[in-house]
Ligand binder design. Structure first.
Ligand code: ADP
Length: 447
């Protein structure tokens, strides 16, 4: 097992990784920007190294500074968390070239899944259902018209290198296709330096359902069921739950079996998420994330499996601690992402947290690096806490969530806690009757 893991991240996820390491008897090294000198992960880690000024490109994305910190401290592995360098194939290669272990999949697998055209083609060959669309990139407008006519409008033009909800255009009729292709190519070229685009059927009212998988280097891969992440604002997830209110046990084991087998055949090592749109009982792959996800705790809460611990184990060459038969699902878990933002306008609200009191009690988990007296810097993501609760049933989970939100004290800054509270009173939310567009409509109706 590793002796020292460098955590190349910040905030709640840096703390989450630190906790898993310490439970395994592994020492941790925090790296931080000058803006994060007082951060909780820096306080708790065994060692810390300042790697640069506040801007992420100079610190959390600064590969030479991170590698220097790893060498000085004698780290033997690097955990990238999510965001920042977590899906940067070149970083994974550099870590390996320095004789350290990257806690994540191989650089080749990261690269393949980072290009959406290659990803779609790869998973389709592995037996995973995909959204109907062009068989690869589209360079010719005539071919684009033929493909769109065949699959039927509306269609969506997407950038191969797209991410974070950018580089997508919905086209409702044939007359608008050529302009959308041009715009999408230009946008993708400017934003990602890669103008490749493809076309797929636009689904009208899908849910976002994703499967968690973990593979080891001994040919094993298991699935930990699905998460429903349909509550989104501007393609950003706001609240996630597991299991999905619309997936039954039979469907879970059938689809989970398909993705786990596909990833075992692929030789995937590490944690990963296969994202689908789900409509009228059908699954359509949209992308794969080759890293730990923000919403991983809902899966942990209903399986009792520490996903970060498994990531560290498989990266060190060990076998998974679980076989598929050992994975049991119990209860229902929901995660609320709490952002330091205005709950109506979503304007960021950085600043000093004057009082901090997280909720507690049975089956309540708060993943946060906030504390009383902590100043939330304005330079990074505004998510400051994740409240995760588990109940025996979904209804029980909702009652506990309502009580926990009521108890949460974060004074000094505005947070999105009131938004989550308003969801608790909504009938569609209470019954689980929502698709990926529901939250935006709900927010518009509340405004
Ligand atoms: P990103 O990498 O930018 O997150 P995704 O491919 O995961 O891009 O898509 C992000 C979101 O865009 C999805 O969650 C869904 O809301 C919407 N979307 C993507 N593809 C389609 C599609 N074919 N039909 C309808 N909505 C789509």
């Amino acid at each position: 097992m590793f002796e020292k893991v460098l955590i190349a991240n910040r905030g709640e996820i840096a703390l989450r990784i630190h906790r898993a390491c310490h439970e395994m008897g592994v020492k941790t090294i925090a790296v931080h920007s000058t803006a994060d000198a007082d951060a909780m992960h820096v306080r708790l880690a065994d060692e810390s190294v300042c790697i640069g000024p506040p801007a992420a490109k100079d610190s959390y994305l600064n590969i030479p500074a991170i590698m220097a910190a790893a060498e000085i401290t004698g780290a033997d592995a690097i955990h990238p968390g999510y965001g920042f360098l977590s899906e940067n194939a070149r970083f994974a290669e550099i870590v390996a070239e320095h004789g350290l272990t990257f806690i994540g999949p191989s650089a080749d697998h990261i690269r393949m899944m980072g290009d959406k055209i290659t990803a779609k083609d790869t998973v389709q060959k592995l037996g995973i259902p995909v959204v109907p669309g062009s068989p690869g990139g589209i360079t010719d407008d005539g071919e684009a018209t033929r493909v769109a006519d065949e699959i039927g409008y509306p269609v969506i033009v997407k950038a191969a290198a797209g991410g974070g909800g950018r580089g997508m255009k919905v086209v409702h009729e044939a007359g608008d296709l050529s302009a959308a292709l041009t715009a999408c190519r230009q946008e993708a070229e400017a934003a990602f330096g890669d103008g490749a685009v493809y076309i797929e059927k636009f689904l009208g009212r899908p849910r976002h359902i994703e499967f968690q998988i973990i593979g080891d280097s001994h040919g094993n891969c298991i699935h930990l069921g699905e998460r429903d992440c349909s509550l989104q604002r501007r393609h950003q997830k706001v609240l996630e739950e597991a299991p999905s209110p619309v997936i039954d046990d039979e469907t879970r084991s059938r689809m989970g079996g398909i993705v786990a087998k596909a990833m075992a055949d692929f030789g995937y090592v590490g944690a990963g998420t296969i994202e689908f749109l789900y409509e009228d009982g059908e699954f359509y792959f949209i992308e794969m994330n080759t890293r730990l996800q923000v919403e991983h705790p809902v899966t942990e809460m209903i399986t009792g499996i520490d996903i970060v611990r498994e990531q560290i184990r498989v990266a060190s060459g060990r076998k998974l601690s679980y076989t598929q038969e050992m994975v049991r699902f119990l209860g229902h878990a929901i995660e609320c992402r709490i952002n330091a933002e205005d709950p109506k306008t979503f304007m960021p609200s950085p600043g000093r947290v004057t009082q901090y009191h997280p909720p507690g009690g049975l089956n309540v988990r708060c993943d946060s690096a906030a504390y009383a007296g902590y100043t939330i810097p304005p330079y990074y993501d505004s998510m400051i806490a994740k409240l995760i609760v588990v109940g025996y049933t979904r209804d029980g989970c909702l009652l506990r969530l309502r009580r926990s939100l009521e108890e949460y004290v974060i004074d000094g800054v505005t947070t999105t806690i009131p938004l989550h509270q308003s969801l608790m009173d909504n009938d569609d939310f209470k019954t689980g009757a929502y698709d990926i567009h529901w939250l935006e409509k709900f927010l518009a109706s509340e405004a």
